[in-house]
Design a protein around this ligand. Structure first.
Ligand SMILES: C=C(O[C@@H]1C=C(C(=O)O)C=C[C@H]1O)C(=O)O
Ligand SMILES: NC(=O)CC[C@H](N)C(=O)O
Length: 714
């Protein structure tokens, strides 16, 4: 017998959890094929003729209100389909609200909004809840519905929020049409008992209805294919073939030098000459392990690009040329660049063999979600192609000297020079000169926290990572020494010194954004941080655990980003996404942080997939909040300046096709200016604002993060 492949249409309201729902559908509805459209992709009139090709429609969650056309698009019309067009539909959150509002329910704001919080859901044990036991479900909502007595919408589940919100509807069904919906999020990683179980029941009910009603169906055809595109996950099928690399291999010498310092290698490679570019990715604390120092040559290629430009700048030494991108964007240009330099063999014990090292701005990600205004003074893309490098493995004390240049005499010279290096302590002596620090205005920041909370109460966002800029001006000094000061004040696993004119970036980031191990068997790994407590006398691990892992507010903040990152991973990886670590307290130099780890394994191994993953997941969710698109739009109105380098990412993309990117936080950067005898460093700091945020405490948290960098100037 032929296997049946039910086609499911999933309507996305620009939420950041939609693909988690798609993955849950795949687990719950045998052999289903899922097509995803945005709620404003078509009008209902355009969609109507095609609906008989689907077995069911899933109306997903989203920001905003079911009463606002801009937020719900065609969703509101789906619930009013005529008798002959009706088909089984299942709503989630905004989906439930729009179903109920379309049938006369009253929409209200919750007194105490629930975002990333888990509630015990009571239910009738019927329909969606047939055979379902205890449900503990994650909620992401500010709005709720009050059903009309005697109407056609019947309650199937509810929570009792006690003094906070009283009775809140959690699931409903239509009494005569095949419509069901839940207010909670069945797809959240922390929902128990009401996920697969409830979707399986929905599917059973949908099939029962179809057997009874025998709705008109149409087979799949080319015009449907054109209208709805490929089913999810579609990315892998759409990939063009990778160009063949003509690039030779990498030569490596391995040394046992357990006492060598990263600083000594940097100084050997000329870091003190501030005129020249320099790159060092420095694992200055656990869990960082490998440090990478580039040995750049005068002809090393620097690649820069500004968002909005149709060209890429290529600089070798003093010579710069522009290459027109034409019909490629910068991501594709860089993909092609790296594909033609792919190397298949290098030392298996290290993650980097050579390749691009550099940074991407926040706006490089944000502009794919909404319009970004103006042009920044720092390039949005700034990389150097590193042919010669040293990788230091802090776990084994081994040092790898390697070059992509065939027969490179530099290997022998460097092996000798590195072996002869003293394990000198870092040179003391901070640059002197009084720093003039311009902090964010506290009153304004507090006002913005309240404005952010208002957006959250209205249902426009579940969490907003609000940030502000600080500047430090002082007489010109050496940035390398400044980096040493930052490194000793705040040693961090993802520290970096990147001198890529016109930008110099000093980083002491605790946060890895994304690492993708080398194919085959590539694993994509993300480590979002949400939840910060300042270290102070008496703040022991136990105290920090109570304040972070034991706090509903902090766990909710973290969970929202974990769910968002699961969705981001599903975009490229497909179904295989797993939360490996949930809300664990980690110790850093100045703070305790709450950290989760999410991993994905792409079902097809392709060298460029890691790059596609980066492209589709910037800006980092921990720096925006959720849902990402609406949150980025709101943050643009709440923050004075573009973020630029701050809250973008920096890291490498290896010629072996692995990559590692950190979030540019706890960092400062400056625009290099030879003509001035002073310099101005910029830094950002902020934190996640949720409905549970206390404005004063958020200000304090921002200052704590800021001080981990400002400390290098005072
Ligand atoms: C915004 C910053 O940090 C982000 C916010 C955090 C939080 O809200 O706890 C933690 C780490 C980062 O994702 C920053 O350091 O400036
Ligand atoms: N997750 C959602 O779909 C949220 C729906 C709506 N924006 C609310 O806040 O209530």
């Amino acid at each position: 017998m032929a296997i049946e492949h039910p086609r499911i249409l999933l309507v996305d309201s620009y939420d950041s959890f939609t693909l988690n729902l798609a993955s849950l559908l795949k687990q719950s509805i045998p052999n289903c094929i899922i097509y995803i459209i945005k709620n404003d992709a078509f009008t209902i009139a355009q969609l109507l003729p095609f609906l008989p090709a689907f077995s069911a429609v899933i109306v997903g969650p989203g920001p905003g209100s079911p009463e606002n056309d801009r937020d719900v698009g065609l969703i509101k019309d789906l619930w009013n389909l005529g008798e002959h067009s009706v088909l089984p539909m299942f709503g989630v959150c905004l989906g439930l609200q729009s179903l109920c509002v379309a049938h006369g329910a009253e929409l209200k704001r919750l007194d105490v909004v629930k975002h990333g919080q888990i509630s015990r859901v009571q239910h009738t044990g019927t329909f969606l809840f047939q055979g379902v036991g205890t449900v503990r479900a994650v909620r992401y909502h500010s709005l709720h519905v009050v059903l009309r007595q005697g109407g056609c919408i019947e309650q199937l589940a509810w929570v009792d929020d006690g003094a906070e919100n009283g009775h809140v509807v959690m699931a409903v069904r239509h009494t005569s049409k095949p419509f069901w919906a839940v207010q909670y999020h069945p797809e959240s990683v922390c929902t128990r008992g009401g996920g697969v179980e409830v979707i399986q029941n929905f599917w059973q009910l949908a099939q029962d209805w179809a057997r009874k009603v025998q709705p008109r169906t149409t087979p799949w055809n080319s015009s449907l294919q054109e209208m709805f595109g490929d089913p999810w996950p579609s990315f892998l099928r759409a990939r063009p073939r990778m160009p063949i690399s003509q690039f030779p291999g990498v030569t490596t010498a391995v040394l046992d030098l357990p006492h060598i310092t990263v600083a000594a290698v940097c100084e050997l490679f000329g870091v003190c000459n501030e005129e020249r570019p320099f790159v060092c990715l420095d694992s200055a604390a656990q869990p960082g392990r490998f440090s990478i120092v580039g040995s750049l040559m005068p002809e090393s290629l620097q690649i820069t690009h500004f968002v909005g430009d149709n060209s890429v700048s290529l600089t070798r030494g003093r010579h710069t040329s522009q290459e027109i991108l034409g019909d490629r964007d910068i991501w594709t240009w860089l993909s092609d660049f790296m594909a033609s330099r792919r190397v298949h063999e290098g030392h298996p014990d290290i993650p980097f063999w050579g390749g691009l090292i550099g940074l991407l701005s926040y706006e490089m990600g944000a502009h794919s979600l909404c319009t970004v205004k103006g042009k920044r003074c720092h390039p949005d893309v700034n990389f150097v192609f590193v042919e010669r490098s040293v990788v230091i493995d802090s776990a084994t004390g081994r040092v790898f000297v390697q070059s992509l240049i065939p027969n490179d005499h530099w290997i022998a010279e460097t092996t000798k020079a590195v072996s002869g290096l003293n394990s000198q302590p870092m040179r003391p002596g901070l640059p002197t000169g009084k720093a003039n620090i311009t902090l964010p205005n506290k009153d304004r920041y507090l006002c913005r926290i309240n404005a952010a909370k208002e957006y959250i109460s209205a249902g426009d966002s579940y969490e907003l990572c609000l940030t502000a800029r600080t500047t430090v001006s002082l007489p010109k000094s050496t940035s390398w020494r400044r980096y040493q000061a930052l490194r000793s004040k705040n040693p961090a696993p993802y520290s970096a010194y990147l001198r890529l004119h016109p930008t110099t970036l000093l980083s002491s980031s605790p946060e890895r954004f994304l690492s993708t191990s080398r194919p085959p068997d590539s694993v994509f790994h993300l480590r979002p941080i949400k939840g910060t407590v300042r270290k102070a006398p008496g703040v022991t691990r136990a105290v920090a655990e109570e304040a972070l892992a034991g706090s509903v507010k902090e766990v909710a903040e973290n969970l929202m980003i974990v769910d968002l990152i699961r969705h981001d991973l599903h975009t490229i990886v497909g179904e295989d996404v797993e939360v490996k670590q949930f809300c664990v307290v980690e110790e850093y130099e100045t703070v305790w942080q709450l950290v989760s780890v999410i991993e994905g394994r792409p079902s097809v191994q392709d060298g460029l997939l890691g790059w596609e993953m980066l492209r589709s997941s910037l800006p980092p969710g921990s720096m925006t909040g959720a849902p990402k698109k609406r949150s980025v739009e709101i943050l643009q109105t709440l923050e004075d300046d573009e973020r630029g380098i701050y809250s973008g990412v920096f890291g490498y993309w290896c010629v072996g096709m692995g990559s590692d990117w950190s979030v540019t936080i706890r960092s400062c950067f400056k625009l290099d200016d030879d003509s001035s005898d002073s310099e101005t460093w910029e830094m950002g700091a902020g934190g996640a604002i949720t409905a549970l945020s206390d404005a004063e405490a958020e200000w304090e948290e921002m200052v704590v993060k800021l001080n981990s960098v400002v400390g290098a100037f005072t």
